[in-house]
Design a binder for this molecule. Structure first.
Ligand SMILES: Cc1cc2nc3c(=O)[nH]c(=O)nc-3n(C[C@H](O)[C@H](O)[C@H](O)COP(=O)(O)O)c2cc1C
Length: 176
């Protein structure tokens, strides 16, 4: 029987809720732990999901640290981002996160979903913020779409994806 570890990071709850959907979907023994708190040994697990939120064009820092510390594992990445999941930017976040994984791991797959962007990030509070992130009509539209996510459909997608990853993991053996 497999044992899975579902790691997550979340500043405003989006990624944690997706991680929870993944956790609930897996038909095996499992743990659900925050990236920043996980100092343990990966050896007791057969499959590790690492969740992150998009931060400055990559994964948030706690997730980056975890990603570079995993060895000899079957790994899957999931994330939420303010930007559209099918955009090149979103795919780049996944690629950047995957690049942190040491090469002795097997990356089974990844999933990125949109997540509402908290007002502390969207507020154009001062002149310099306006210059970095001008609120163009396009950006406003993107943020308004992000407001609706993650939603029930996203959670169902995450659950389905997690089960596929699980079945894939069952058929692969890693020597430890
Ligand atoms: C400081 C900060 C930086 C962010 N940077 C990005 C980014 O570079 N690209 C992006 O698509 N979203 C970015 N976002 C949006 C978050 O990734 C998005 O809202 C995510 O769903 C938050 O997840 P959480 O609720 O689990 O914290 C940023 C949000 C914050 C607060």
């Amino acid at each position: 029987m497999m044992k899975a570890l579902i790691l997550w990071s979340s500043r405003t709850g989006n990624t944690k809720s997706v991680g929870q959907a993944i956790y609930d979907a897996l038909p095996c023994e499992k743990d659900f732990i925050e990236n920043g708190r996980y100092k343990g040994n990966y050896d007791e697990y057969d499959l590790v999901f690492v969740g992150f939120w998009a931060f400055r064009r990559g994964a948030n820092m706690e997730a980056r640290n975890v990603l570079s510390s995993i060895h000899n594992q079957k790994v899957a990445l999931y994330a939420t981002a303010g930007t559209y999941p099918d955009s090149p930017a979103a795919q780049n976040y996944l690629t950047a996160a995957a690049a942190l994984l040491p090469e002795d791991n097997i990356l089974l797959g990844n999933l990125i979903l949109q997540g509402r962007v908290h007002s502390f990030h969207t507020n154009t509070r001062n002149e310099s913020a306006k210059k970095v992130h001008p609120l163009t009509p396009e950006r406003l539209k993107r943020l308004q779409e992000a407001e609706k996510h993650p939603n029930e459909e996203d959670f169902q997608r995450a659950a389905l994806w997690a089960k596929e990853i699980y079945h894939q993991a069952e058929s692969i053996t890693i020597k430890k």
